[in-house]
Ligand binder design. Structure first.
Ligand code: ING
Length: 308
C-alpha cells in the first residue's frame, strides 16, 4: 500500500507594507480552502508569508518589531489555523518569530489536529548586516534574524518530514543532513528577488538556479522537495515565482504558472523515495564519509595558480 501524501504548495503574491493582517489571512485562508478542496493533506505557505519581505528595507525600532510574531499558531493567526483544523488539513507557514529578545526566520509545521509538529529556524542567513545604500534594495536577514540550531525531521502525514527556508535550499548540506535523518518530504518556503546586487549577471538565471538546487537536492537524496514562493513585485522588487513540487527522480510534477496567489497540488508517493534510497543512493552501501575528509570544517583550499 503506497504511502501517498497530497501536498499543496500555496504560492502567495505580493504582501505590501500597508496590507492589513486580516486581508493577508483572508488570502491565506482562500489558498488553504482551495488546497483542501483539491484533496491536500498539508498546505505549504512561503517564507515570511504574513508580512512583506521586510529585510529589503533598513528598519529600526517599533516598525521593525511590528513584523514579528510572538506565538504561531496564536492570536494573530487564529483564523487560519482554526480553519485548517476545521478542514482537517495540516499547515506549514513561514513567519518572523520573536522569542523574547531573540528573532528568527521561522517555518512552523502544524498537523491535521491543529497541534504543532515542528518549528524550524533558518540556518543559512544570506545578505548583509549593515545598511548598504549602494543597493537598490537591502537584504538585511543577517541583521534582523539569528541563525537556527540546525535541521531536524519529524514523523508527520504518514512519513518523515523536514523543513528548510529559502537560502537553505541552495546548500547541498541542507538536503543531505535532512535525508541522513530519514526525510522523505522537505518543505521549503522562499522569497527570492530576481535581482542579485552582488552579481547582476545571475539575475537571468534565477529560475534556472531555483529548480537546479531543489531538483538536485531531491534526486541526490531520494526525497520529495516542495518549493513555495512569495512571488511577484512586492515593495517594488520583482520576486521569483515558479513554486514547484519535485519527485525523488528530480522531475517537476507540479509548477505554478502565475506570479500571484496560486495553489498547485501533487500526490507525493513517499515509497518512491526507496527507488533511489535502496539503489543508486544507498547511503549505507555506497556512501563513504571516511573518504570525504574535507567534509569537516577544514578548508583545504588549493588556490589557483598565479595568473602568469
Ligand atoms: N532569499 C534569496 C535566496 O537565497 C538570494 C537570497 C537572492 C540569493 C537572489 C541569490 C540570489 O533565494 C532568501 N530569503 O534567502
Amino acid at each position: 500500500m503506497s504511502r501517498i501524501v497530497h501536498v499543496a504548495a500555496a504560492q502567495v503574491g505580493p504582501v505590501e507594507r500597508e496590507s492589513p493582517r486580516a486581508e493577508v489571512l483572508d488570502r491565506l485562508i482562500a489558498l488553504l480552502t482551495e488546497g483542501a478542496a483539491r484533496g491536500a493533506d498539508v498546505v505549504v505557505f512561503p517564507e515570511l508569508a504574513l508580512t512583506p519581505f521586510f529585510p529589503r528595507w533598513f528598519l529600526e525600532g517599533d516598525e521593525l518589531e511590528s513584523f514579528y510574531e510572538d506565538e504561531v499558531p496564536g492570536p494573530s493567526t487564529k483564523p487560519l489555523f482554526e480553519e485548517a483544523r476545521r478542514l482537517g488539513v495540516g499547515v506549514s507557514l513561514g513567519y518572523a518569530e520573536r522569542d523574547g529578545a531573540h528573532h528568527y526566520n521561522t517555518q512552523v509545521l502544524v498537523g491535521k489536529d491543529g497541534q504543532v509538529v515542528a518549528k524550524y529556524r533558518k540556518v543559512h542567513l544570506p545578505g548583509h548586516e549593515e545598511h548598504e545604500p549602494w543597493r537598490p534594495f537591502q537584504h538585511l536577514e543577517r541583521r534582523y534574524f539569528e541563525r537556527g540550531d540546525g535541521f531536524h525531521v519529524s514523523r508527520a502525514f504518514g512519513g518523515v518530514v523536514g523543513m528548510a527556508i529559502c537560502n537553505d535550499r541552495r546548500w547541498p548540506e541542507t538536503y543531505r543532513v535532512l535525508s541522513l535523518q530519514g526525510a522523505e518530504l522537505i518543505l521549503i518556503g522562499y522569497n527570492t528577488p530576481i535581482h542579485y546586487a552582488p552579481d547582476p549577471g545571475q539575475d537571468r538565471l534565477a529560475g534556472f538556479h531555483n529548480n537546479l538546487v531543489m531538483a538536485a537536492g531531491a534526486y541526490q537524496n531520494g526525497c520529495w522537495v516542495v518549493g513555495v514562493a512569495k512571488a511577484g513585485i512586492e515593495g517594488g522588487v520583482p520576486g521569483l515565482a515558479e513554486s514547484q513540487i519535485i519527485a525523488p527522480s528530480g522531475e517537476v510534477v507540479a509548477k505554478t504558472v502565475t506570479e500571484g496567489d496560486e495553489v498547485i497540488v501533487a500526490a507525493c508517493d513517499l515509497d518512491l523515495c526507496d527507488n533511489y534510497r535502496k539503489t543508486l543512493f544507498d547511503f549505507d552501501r555506497y556512501r563513504l564519509p571516511e573518504h570525504y575528509g574535507l567534509i569537516t570544517s577544514q578548508r583545504g583550499v588549493v588556490p589557483p595558480p598565479e595568473a602568469s
